[in-house]
Design a protein around this ligand. Structure first.
Ligand code: C2E
Ligand code: MG
Ligand code: MG
Ligand code: MG
Length: 289
């Protein structure tokens, strides 16, 4: 049996190189088919205020359930889709679903979509986004775009121009996985950002390693100096949460402690309970922990 699962349920592979090669070729064909037939799934992970009493919005995360292999990690198929030149089609499907779903969410909740560097290499993305917003009649303010630093370098000027245009329409722009290997402080200068999403490597071992807190506080300070909101990703434990609160390190928190990625129905239920209007009604009982 060549297939195993890791603790998150993602399929792992342990195969000879020949098997790996043909497995990969087959996976490419199947990925192309899944994208073409619009059969990729979409989960939503909530972003909360630090108190955990209110949902502000959600990140849309694509999911691929392979008929034989089961769930395949985006860490595997996103790079594959980029390599195959079909990431634009995948992004289009995600935007279409995310914008369509967000329309039925309460109040001002936003939806956040990941863009790949390739999506920002030409202007096609502008009409893909504006078409979807128009068709569903969603305010641009309710759409957030997440950009990772990796690979942006080549087309930085094009990417900046596209993002500036989208930002001018009212969309929110977030830099994702901030502080990881790819990151460059110059992006904070060049790109028209509203938000920084701090990578979860700053949160891991936060309680054990005193240096981590210093790094986190420093990055948060930098972001706020620039007038950017801070989302802290990957908060898993009560200890981490307390430290982040006590040091005022987050405007929003996204992590397993408050909510894992979930199907749209489950997110709508949560959001309805914990949107601004819902919280006023539910009072302080609405706190999640
Ligand atoms: P990301 O954009 O940084 O998304 C956050 C990832 O962190 C998600 O993994 C999420 O499930 C995970 N996560 C959230 N909270 C926690 C936590 O408390 N602990 C831990 N250990 N993990 C947490 P996921 O869904 O596996 O996605 C991985 C990456 O794949 C994403 O990182 C994103 O870069 C990429 N990705 C996913 N969907 C899409 C998509 O539709 N388009 C593009 N271009 N990239 C996508
Ligand atoms: Mg993201
Ligand atoms: Mg991230
Ligand atoms: Mg990430």
């Amino acid at each position: 049996e060549a297939k195993r699962r890791d603790k998150n349920g993602w399929t792992l592979f342990e195969e000879t190189m020949d098997q790996q090669y043909s497995e990969r070729q087959r996976m490419k064909l199947e990925l192309r088919e899944a994208v073409r037939t619009n059969s990729m799934g979409l989960f939503y992970q909530p972003m909360f205020n630090p108190a955990g009493t209110q949902v502000a919005g959600a990140e849309a995360l694509s999911r691929w359930h392979h008929p034989q292999l089961g769930p395949v990690s985006p860490a595997i198929y996103i790079p594959l889709a980029e390599e195959m030149g079909i990431i634009g089609d995948l992004t289009r499907c995600v935007i279409e679903k995310a914008v369509g779903d967000c329309v039925s969410w309460p109040g001002e909740l936003f939806v956040s979509v990941n863009l790949s560097a390739h999506d920002l290499s030409d202007r096609t993305i502008v009409s893909v986004i504006t078409d979807a917003l128009d068709r569903y009649n969603l305010a641009p303010e309710r759409l957030q775009l997440e950009i990772t630093e990796s690979g942006l370098m080549n087309d930085l000027e094009v990417a900046r121009d596209i993002l500036t245009e989208l930002r001018a329409m009212g969309m929110q722009i977030a830099i994702d996985d901030f502080g990881t290997g790819y990151s460059s402080l110059s992006y904070l200068d060049i790109l028209p950002l509203n938000k920084v999403k701090i990578d979860r490597s700053f949160v891991r071992n936060l309680a054990e390693d005193a240096k981590k807190l210093k790094l986190l506080r420093g990055v948060v300070h930098l972001a706020r100096e620039l007038g950017l909101d801070v989302v802290v990703e990957g908060v898993e434990t009560e200890e981490q949460l307390v430290m982040i609160r006590e040091n005022n390190c987050a405007d929003l928190i996204q992590g397993y402690i408050f909510g894992t990625p979930m199907p749209k129905g489950a997110f709508l239920e949560l959001a309805t309970k914990l949107s601004k209007a819902g919280v006023t009604k539910a009072g302080s009982d609405a706190r999640l922990l």
